[in-house]
Design a protein around this ligand. Structure first.
Ligand SMILES: *Cc1c(COP(=O)(O)O)cnc(C)c1O
Length: 397
């Protein structure tokens, strides 16, 4: 059967890749160039400086032509040795995949179990680290914004927990779906290794992975025993010590990133975060309205301190199929929702409110979700769209 042609803009409500602004598309719409030419190298230097401002670090941020997982791997192989123990608080599917990657690399991954409805408990992390008298744990791997559950970990509190335990583990934080959408401060929060990716808050196509490395991580690289070549931090320095890419630079993505950083700095990171907070609050108001007095879909995240401002995971009432809802939004209305990951498959869908997004786009997405819930016969309370409009009608402070 011939598929109907869908006109107008497709709205991406998947948490990566996100909607790419026209300005970024235009910046990449150019012929290839010599990645060693002075003009290009100048752009490249500009992006490495800009990345530091986005990560809020004075230290180096390495970049790879890779997915986010490549950056996960780079973080490990540059700082750790075979048999090293890493502690991974279970926040959701991404934490488990990061843990799996650690095991693949001959690290010993220790999971701290979580219920997927709360972020990790800083006190439990402190207590586990206190018990590690011999300093066997070499790294704590925390997902800042768990994209499967829509729950943001309290990074600064976890840092305080590590310090309270007096433990020397490297603090590694995955900021892939928080960078440039939720407040993250690498240096101020004492993060030793911060992992990022291009296709979420940075509004770029997939294809760039980033690793911010503080002094403790750089020192660990001197003795780290895991094998590495492509990911090796030493391979990323050109003559004169300046940062570059391991081999051919992904030139179009570099031009796109230059534009992305310009856009973020025009808005101002603080205002970018505030915009995400507002869109996140409106989305949650919609979900609360759908929930009604307990009949409808609900927000997976339970602790208001931890609600993610870049993605909301919506749990459907028992007996209803989240995939059926997603299919309606995609096939009939050209709005792509994220699916439930891991144990949430089929039970939840995800609404991303991340990156290049405004009130009108969000309301359109929420209206389409509301229609799809009704078409699919999922019970609900009131109108989520109306509830979201009430939040958005209040002028920005
Ligand atoms: C998207 C995402 C990743 C994985 O990135 P890929 O580019 O798909 O490898 C890792 N962690 C988090 C928290 C993410 O949201």
């Amino acid at each position: 059967m011939k598929q109907p042609v869908l006109r107008g803009r497709q709205l991406l409500a998947i948490p990566g890749p996100t909607n790419i602004p026209d300005r970024i598309l235009r910046a990449m719409d150019r012929p290839a160039t010599d990645f060693n030419s002075p003009a290009f190298l100048q752009v490249q230097e500009e992006i490495f400086e800009g990345l530091k401002r986005v990560f809020r670090t004075e230290h180096d941020v390495f970049a790879y032509a890779s997915s986010g997982r490549g950056a996960w791997e780079a973080a490990f192989v540059n700082t750790l040795s075979p048999g090293d123990r890493v502690l991974v608080p279970e926040t959701g599917a991404f934490s488990l995949w990061w843990e799996e990657l650690a095991s693949d690399l001959a690290l010993v991954a220790e999971r701290m179990e979580g219920d997927w409805r709360h972020g990790p408990d800083p006190d439990a992390i402190r207590d586990r680290l206190r018990r590690d008298r011999g300093g066997e744990i070499k790294a704590l791997c925390l997902v800042h914004n768990e994209t499967s559950t829509g729950i943001a970990s309290r990074v600064a509190e976890v840092r305080r927990a590590i310090d309270a335990a007096g433990h020397g583990a490297l603090f590694m934080v995955d900021t892939i779906s928080s960078l440039a959408s939720i407040d993250f401060r690498m240096d101020e929060w004492g993060v030793d290794v911060a992992v990022g990716g291009s296709q979420k808050g940075l509004m770029l196509p997939p294809g760039l992975g980033f690793v911010g490395a503080g002094p403790k991580a750089i020192a660990a690289a001197e003795t780290a025993g895991l094998g590495r070549s492509y990911w090796d931090w030493k391979a990323l320095r050109r003559r004169g010590g300046r940062l570059g890419f391991t081999s051919t630079s992904p030139v179009h993505l570099v031009y796109g990133l230059q534009e992305s950083i310009r856009m973020l700095e025009e808005e101002g990171l603080e205002r970018t975060f505030a915009r995400h907070r507002r869109l996140g609050a409106a989305t949650r108001a919609a979900i609360r309205a759908w929930r009604g007095d307990g009949v409808g879909p609900e927000l997976l995240s339970l602790d208001p301190r931890e609600h993610s401002d870049s993605v909301s995971t919506v749990l459907l009432p028992e007996g209803h199929d989240a995939e059926a809802v997603r299919k309606i939004t995609a096939v009939r209305f050209n709005v792509l929702l994220g699916g439930g990951l891991g144990k949430l498959a089929g039970r939840a869908f995800r609404i991303a409110h991340m990156g290049d997004l405004n009130e009108a786009m969000l309301l359109a997405m929420l209206a389409v979700v509301e229609m799809a819930l009704d078409i699919e016969g999922v019970p609900r309370g009131g109108s989520g769209v109306e509830a979201a409009m009430k939040v958005l009608a209040v002028p920005e402070a």
